[in-house]
Design a protein around this ligand. Structure first.
Ligand SMILES: [Zn+2]
Length: 329
């Protein structure tokens, strides 16, 4: 087993609905009558190749039609957690998108409960939940969802993010939602600088006052912003392979991850939607070593940065940090 496979790993930016192992998604497709254009698992794999970011969002919505009942969420949560354990992922902050399923009559509270029931069946990994309020639904629905999520905070809901169509929905209208989230004791992140430019990141920092930035890739276009991220030690959840697959970067060589690291910005490495991009955390690390010249020690350093910038309890952070440093000995 290779070093990148064996090392205990941390995910801070990963979406539950984008992490469903293909066999499990296939089972759900069969449950709901399938899709006449997707006849085999190979067809399913081929469907997960995107021309651009809007095409990715379109495919995301297509896949969600096979999630209809609470038990489907318990099922995928268990399957995803098992898959993570197989990859030596020891801690994850997992996004999920409750608002995508309101139209089916499902509610945010029971969705959280259903997902937690699935995670509970897999005791070898700690997973905290981070609902994604999806900017396409607007701040009004976001605020309502936030209140519902707050009722089930004890199920390990530690923070919120906003994903979705960043290019069409800037962060500023979410200022009140983020303020309320902080009042409720949630940590905050926002997808920013993935499908839009540096202004979107500035908006997330200055208006939403986020604890972390999701992606942040386009910060490289604005040196003042890079300085700001470093000076204020704002953690950035980076997802290199995702950025390549959605066309956020035109080639992997153009990904700015090395510049972020050199600058001293606390980055973490994440897969985003591993089963929709066909990537794994081990492959992300492999890429850092092969394409960007990261050493094993630097990878360990990024791992420790992930732990520091995570929203785990202090005792869990200590435990995780020890697990990683024991591995590096
Ligand atoms: Zn994401």
């Amino acid at each position: 087993m290779s070093w990148v496979t064996k090392i205990p790993k941390i995910e801070l930016h990963v979406h539950l609905e984008g992490s469903i192992p293909l066999n499990a998604l296939w089972t759900l497709m069969e449950k709901y009558g399938g899709d006449s254009k997707v006849k085999t698992i190979e067809d399913l794999q081929a469907k997960f190749i995107y021309t651009d970011f809007p095409h990715f969002i379109e495919t995301w919505v297509w896949k969600n039609q096979f999630l209809r009942e609470y038990e489907d969420f318990t099922y995928i949560a268990e399957e995803v957690a098992k898959d993570f354990v197989d990859q030596n992922i020891v801690y994850a902050e997992m996004f999920h998108s409750p608002s995508d399923f309101f139209k089916l009559g499902l509610n945010a509270q029971q969705l959280v409960e259903a997902i937690r029931n699935g995670f509970n069946k897999v005791p070898d990994i700690h997973i905290n939940l981070v609902p994604d309020l999806i900017r396409d639904y607007g701040p009004k629905i976001g605020m309502k969802t936030l209140h519902k999520i707050h009722e089930v905070k004890e199920y390990g809901v530690v923070g919120i993010t906003i994903g979705g169509s960043e290019q069409s929905f800037p962060p500023e209208p979410y200022a009140e939602v983020y303020k309320k989230a902080r009042d409720f004791g949630f940590k905050t992140s926002a997808h920013a600088g993935e499908a839009a430019g540096p202004d979107s990141i500035w908006g997330a920092i200055k208006t939403l006052k986020v604890d972390r930035i999701g992606h942040g890739t386009s910060a490289i276009q604005d040196m003042e912003l890079m300085d700001y991220l470093a000076k204020h030690q704002i953690p950035v959840e980076m997802c290199p392979i995702s950025n390549l697959k959605t066309g956020s970067v035109t080639s992997i060589e153009k990904h700015p991850i090395r510049q972020f690291f050199e600058k001293g910005i606390p980055i973490s490495i994440n897969t985003d939607d591993p089963k929709m991009f066909g990537n794994s955390l081990a492959e992300e690390y492999e890429l850092l070593i092969k394409k960007f010249g990261f050493t094993k020690n630097e990878i360990i350093q990024i791992q420790q940065q992930s732990i520091t910038s995570s929203w785990a309890s202090d005792s869990l952070k200590n435990e995780l940090a020890e697990q990683i440093s024991n591995f590096s000995l």
